[in-house]
Design a protein around this ligand. Structure first.
Ligand SMILES: [Zn+2]
Length: 311
């Protein structure tokens, strides 16, 4: 008798567990698959809320592949320089997005700045990566010298004003970030030179013609650095071509960009890093997981003695 009592209790518990499980599955089942696109050829980073902006940006850029249109709109590139400026919420992240649509607070100072050999400040992780990269370049017979590294908000005001006073506002707008928009304030960025002691305008040293530049294009990502303002994407980043300006984003992102042929941080951000995209990708993942759960049998028509055996 004891064993029969035990079996009934056991069965009741199992049956409640089954019901509970079925309620959960039913609940998950009725949630619309948020990440699943109605149109199959939409990439996973397509955001429904940006639909009209995608269409408008595509109309202005008819030769641009649609996946890039989507990515750039997700990165707010369609707003144009210094419009709809957003204050960045993760300034200490090595993948922080900073450009003419994103701004740092004026009092942001990285907490882990260290002095580079030869002077200048950079965040510790980026400095260690640069030293490894510089030593590797050196092994290949090339010198990588630093012209500029971390700059404060105040330094950036001075840089902008200096160029504006010397060359005019248009030149300043094209070649110097307004204060709060400079990646140098992140403490993750270097302006490089093929030798120490060079002076004069950075563009005048034509870093793009040096063996160092070719070496960086091939190996920079191995140390976490990317060319931030490439020549073919001036209409995206809205600066002049800056072959000397290298941004640390970490080896993982830099390598992903290299392998996928993504040449701007804006495109990578719009595909993988924007908070809205990350949220959608997370839901897509969850939705796929729930869809891959095993289908449970309909137990309503099966006698309890047999359903008991199912579990
Ligand atoms: Zn720079």
């Amino acid at each position: 008798m004891y064993s029969e009592h035990c079996t009934n209790k056991d069965f009741t518990m199992k049956r409640s567990s089954v019901c509970f499980l079925l309620v959960i599955i039913l609940f998950i089942g009725i949630i619309p698959p948020v990440g699943a696109d109605a149109v199959e050829d939409r990439p996973p980073y397509y955001l429904d809320e940006n639909k009209s902006r995608y269409e408008a940006f595509a109309a202005k850029n008819p030769s641009m592949p649609y996946d890039k249109v989507i990515a750039y709109v997700n990165a707010n590139v369609d707003y144009g320089p210094y419009n709809n400026i957003e204050t960045i919420k993760n300034p200490s992240s090595t993948s922080a997005m900073l450009n003419k649509n994103f701004i740092l607070s004026s009092d942001y100072v990285p907490k882990d700045l260290v002095t580079l050999p030869g002077g200048g400040l950079l965040r510790a992780e980026a400095a260690a990566a640069f030293i490894k990269m510089r030593d590797a370049a050196n092994q290949d017979g090339l010198t990588l010298a630093v012209r500029s590294s971390y700059r404060t908000f105040g330094d950036q005001v001075a840089s902008y004003n200096l160029v504006m006073d010397s060359y005019g506002r248009d030149s300043a707008e094209a070649s110097v970030a307004r204060a709060g928009h400079s990646e140098h304030q992140l403490g993750l960025t270097l302006d490089l030179a093929p030798m120490a002691g060079l002076t004069g305008p950075l563009t005048a040293m034509h870093f793009e013609d040096t063996a160092q530049y070719s070496w960086l294009l091939e190996h920079g990502h191995e140390y976490g650095f990317i060319l931030r303002y490439p020549s073919a994407y001036v209409h995206i980043h809205n600066y002049v071509f800056e072959p000397f300006h290298w941004r640390y984003v970490g080896v993982k992102i830099a390598t992903n960009m290299f392998n996928e042929g993504i040449t701007t941080l804006e495109e990578y951000y719009g595909k993988y890093l924007s908070p809205a995209v990350r949220m959608k990708l997370r839901f897509t993942h969850l939705s796929r997981l729930t869809q891959s759960l095993p289908v449970f049998p309909d137990i309503s028509s099966i006698p309890p003695s047999q359903t008991n055996a199912l579990w």
